[in-house]
Write a new protein. Structure first.
Ligand code: PEP
Ligand code: MG
Length: 894
């Protein structure tokens, strides 16, 4: 097998790493006996070495020479032959498609002599000179780096001189003169002549393609698409065929199925008498493939045959580029075609029904990201819209409502039956009521793991965050974006999938897939607007059912209300992996918690705890009832302390004002002293989680008792509650032991009081590096671990999860330090390594240790693969991501 250079006949479709997508496709088509012009591929390895050494590998020149000789033999023409020249195209082709990002040079081999040979061979002198001037132009721009306007200006001058407005009206002499003018430009701009040696042209074109891997736009594209920078591109050198040799020639693109609907058939565009670039650039309007059928039924039939062959061979939708040269079909490219999310599901199931692929393969052909696109209502793409600004897409969906600027107004207006979008600079836990009342949430600050984003995702509420352009004037009840103003009550629309914010209403289309997940296949089918929608719903059902059958990972939900729990269950959750109890202590109950925390004597504290017990018990009864028979992990309280206490500044001002009036409330003074005492510079690293539970007597005991009593009550009712008690932010086994001992005591007490057997599992979250690194010790006290990867990411990287995304991630993203936020997709090298250590060392001590993850990563497709691979038992995510997690857990297993 060759080294840096592979003949098209030597590779195959599986060699994409070395040959790039295009090279592998050309090789595969060659192997299949399809009509591919002869050629060869220079491997990505050559490009990588070029990038490392700044020069092409020495052997490459020799290998290119030999490959060109083979090409000449195959074509019976010679490179540089003045009478009958071989011309080649030089195209980039990376492993992952990067459309339009890198360079191509066509007609390499033309010079002052061979242009006459081309004219003789084609019998078309104008064509030959036009090809030559295109070469000088393309070569000048991409290889020699001359600004494109130089050539464009010269072309304009030529047209003006002739008094015509389009290129095609220029005659042979004009084009010959233009070649002269272009060559002058090359000389002026580079200080040297346009290279007449075909081999020099070829070598320079090859290095130009290598260089184009690292242009600004190519790097930017890779960052966006998460393509690694070190792959390099292959270079395809291929004998030229011409689609612009008159009416019996042409060029086109084709799909073996409709990429929008998945329907089988022939889809594509054809342009007679044109080169590929004309189709791609959209210079001329194309006609459907029926045009080719009409013009040249034979070539059309050849194309259909090739398409059928490719689809049965690749067993997938393929897209194809082809050229017809004087009635002869040439295949120039093929690859598995991109498609919309609905088409991906339909095509996968169609291929199963056509016995081309298995259900396992069908599962692998769709992604969680595609499924989530299908779950949310979307704005009607064809509708008119008035873009106001853009933010970060934090929670998908399409929301239209009146802008309101505080949570209270949101609740009031919603109670009057109005649809509102809550707009805040940023949100805090006090905004929760408003977020629930609103159809969407929009913030000017904060990133994808800010409070607003996490809470909104949890609720499935459409949310856009970090729209920095919004200048919110709360007292004025309005916001400004540059010269534009939106007043409270004005209608706005936010798109949680794209991050766009519109002024005015935009029509919304409901999601049939979401209907199916909520109400079942029959309801969704009965309501399906058309056959395609019905087909889509059935396809999703079949693939998800298969995912459930093959997956090893369990899927639970993060839910903390009975409604969310019920919804999660409908969506297929097999339990609750995280029931956060913080919100149960907000609103009216906050005063009670304040009293517990600030109590100066035991009686006062006990009174507040006693008042909290029945309400907390009812919270758990509701959730455990909704999750009857399924495991429900209840996490003990974990807020930073300051969330429960009055704001220090506000309280200080209030006391100072009261003092100046001589009417200070002694309670306020007491409160101020306590708040001062407990004030923390860094609450996220302060008195929270298990620390709060150990420092404030009775707090965790109250919660544990409430869980036990709720379970006992439901057992008495004949239900099967399965609560698990989870201790947050543990860093030391001593912390866990103290809480666990107390839990066991309370379990025994409640068991005795109620006569119900209670043996609730007790476990802890792994949210601190120290917890992961001492997992063997923790496992002696924990029956389960749940990885809190939000905090684990925060504490491993030392990034504040609330501030970091707006603050410097964009910069980190731009300079390539972070391709993706580690709060979105788990950082497998660092955070993942800690997870791995905890899994291995925890299980070594306790082989039946049950392991899950409940950070936001539990719903992220890429992270789910990792959690499958390290052997977790389940992932837990917001209810709305449950179907996506089911699908991805299935995909991880096939
Ligand atoms: C976590 O830290 O990953 C977690 C699930 O807890 P929270 O997001 O509530 O801090
Ligand atoms: Mg946490």
């Amino acid at each position: 097998m060759a080294g840096y250079v592979w003949d098209f006949s030597e590779g195959d479709k599986d060699a994409r790493d070395l040959l790039g997508g295009k090279g592998a496709g050309l090789a595969e088509m060659t192997r299949l006996g399809l009509p591919v012009p002869p050629g060869f591929t220079i491997t990505t390895q050559a490009c990588r070495e070029y990038m490392a050494d700044g020069d092409v590998p020495a052997e490459l020149r020799v290998e290119v020479t030999m490959a060109m000789r083979r090409l000449e033999d195959a074509m019976q023409r010679h490179f540089g032959d003045p009478a009958d020249p071989l011309l080649v195209s030089v195209r980039s082709g990376a492993k992952f498609s990067m459309p339009g990002m890198m360079e191509t040079v066509l007609d390499v081999g033309l010079n002052d002599l061979t242009v006459h040979g081309l004219a003789a061979f084609t019998g078309d002198e104008r064509f030959a000179w036009d090809s030559y001037r295109r070469l000088v132009q393309m070569f000048g721009r991409t290889v020699l780096g001359i600004p494109g306007e130089e050539f464009a200006d010269a072309l304009d001058k030529a047209k003006a001189a002739r008094g015509v407005s389009s290129d095609v009206e220029l005659g042979t002499d004009d084009l010959r003169d233009l070649v002269g003018a272009y060559k002058d430009i090359v000389r002026e701009q580079t200080g040297r002549e346009f290279p007449q040696s075909p081999r020099e042209q070829l070598d320079l074109a090859i290095t130009a393609v290598f260089n184009s891997w690292n242009t600004e736009r190519a790097r930017l594209y890779r960052r966006k698409e998460r393509i690694p920078d070190d792959l390099g591109t292959a270079v395809n050198v291929c004998a030229m065929v011409f689609g612009n040799l008159g009416p019996t020639s042409g060029t086109g693109v084709a799909f073996t199925r409709d990429p929008a609907t998945g329907r089988s058939g022939v889809y594509g565009d054809y342009l007679a008498n044109a080169q590929g670039e004309d189709v791609v650039a959209g210079i001329r309007n194309t006609s459907g493939l029926t045009e080719l059928e009409r013009l040249d039924p034979e070539a059309y039939e050849d194309l259909r045959r090739a398409m059928r062959r490719l689809e049965t061979h690749y067993r997938d939708l393929c897209d194809i580029e082809f050229t017809v040269e004087r009635g002869k079909l040439w295949m120039l490219q093929t690859r598995v075609g991109k498609r919309t999310a609905p088409a991906a599901f339909r095509v996968a199931v169609q291929l199963v029904d056509e016995n081309l692929i298995t259900m396992d393969e069908a599962l692998d052909r769709v992604t969680g990201a595609q499924l989530s696109q299908l779950l949310f209502p979307q704005f009607d793409a064809g509708a008119e819209r008035d873009l106001l600004a853009r933010g970060m897409a934090a929670s998908p969906g399409a929301a239209v409502g009146m802008a309101v600027f505080d949570a209270e107004t949101a609740q009031e207006w919603a109670a009057e039956g109005k649809e509102v979008v809550l707009v805040r600079r940023e949100t805090n836990p006090d905004d929760l009521g408003g977020m629930i009342a609103a159809v969407g949430v929009l913030t000017a600050r904060g990133g994808k793991t800010s409070h607003a984003a996490v809470v909104a995702r949890g609720m499935g509420r459409t949310c856009v965050v970090g729209a920095e352009a919004l200048d919110i004037d709360l007292p004025g009840r309005r916001l400004h974006v540059g010269p534009r103003t939106v007043h409270e009550g004005d209608v706005i629309a936010i798109d949680g999938t794209t991050g766009e914010i519109f002024v005015g209403s935009v029509p919304v289309r409901p999601s049939p897939v979401s209907r199916y997940l909520d109400d079942g296949l029959d309801v969704a089918l009965a309501e399906a607007a058309d056959e395609e929608t019905a087909e889509l719903v059935v396809a999703v059902d079949r693939i998800l059912t298969h995912a459930d059958a093959v997956r090893r990972l369990g899927v639970r939900a993060n839910a903390d209300t009975p409604e969310d729990a019920a919804r999660a269950r409908r969506l297929g959750a097999q339990g609750i992996g995280l029931c956060r109890t913080e919100h149960m202590f907000l609103g009216d109950r906050r005063v009670l918690v304040e009293r517990v925390v600030l109590a100066t004597d035991d009686d006062e504290r006990q009174a507040a705890l006693d008042a909290l017990l029945p309400v907390q018990r009812e919270d758990f009864v509701g959730i455990l009832r909704a999750m009857d028979g399924l495991p429900t992990t209840i996490r003990l309280l974990d807020p930073p302390l300051h969330e429960f206490l009055p704001d220090l500044t506000e309280l200080s001002v209030r006391v100072a004002l009261a003092e100046s009036r001589g009417e200070v409330d002694p309670h306020d003074l007491h409160l101020l002293a306590a708040v001062r005492r407990m004030h923390e510079a860094n609450p996220m690293l302060g008195l929270r989680g298990v620390r709060l539970g150990l420092v404030v007597p009775g707090l965790f005991a109250l919660q544990i008792r409430a869980v036990c009593e709720a379970a006992a009550q439901l057992l008495t009712d004949g239900l099967a509650p399965r609560p698990e008690i989870m201790v947050p932010l543990v860093g030391s086994v001593q912390e866990l032991r103290l809480v666990r001992d107390e839990a066991l005591r309370i379990m025994a007490d409640v068991s005795q009081e109620t006569g119900q057997p209670l043996d609730l599992p007790v476990g802890c979250m792994i949210e601190l590096p120290r917890a992961a690194l001492t997992a063997d010790r923790l496992a002696t006290q924990a029956q389960f671990f749940s990885f809190g990867t939000n905090d684990l990411t925060q504490t491993t990287w030392g990034f504040s999860r609330d501030d970091v995304e707006g603050a410097f991630f964009p910069q980190y993203n731009a300079n390539g330090v972070l391709a993706v936020s580690p709060f979105e997709t788990v950082d497998t090298r660092g955070v993942g390594r800690l997870v791995q250590i905890a899994v291995e060392e925890g299980r070594a001590v306790r082989p039946d240790l049950h392991l899950g993850v409940c950070g936001e990563h539990g719903g992220d497709p890429e992270s789910i693969r990792f959690f499958h691979a390290v052997g977790l038992d389940y992932v837990s995510c917001s209810p709305f991501r449950v179907p996506v997690a089911r699908l991805e857990a299935g995909r991880s297993a096939v």
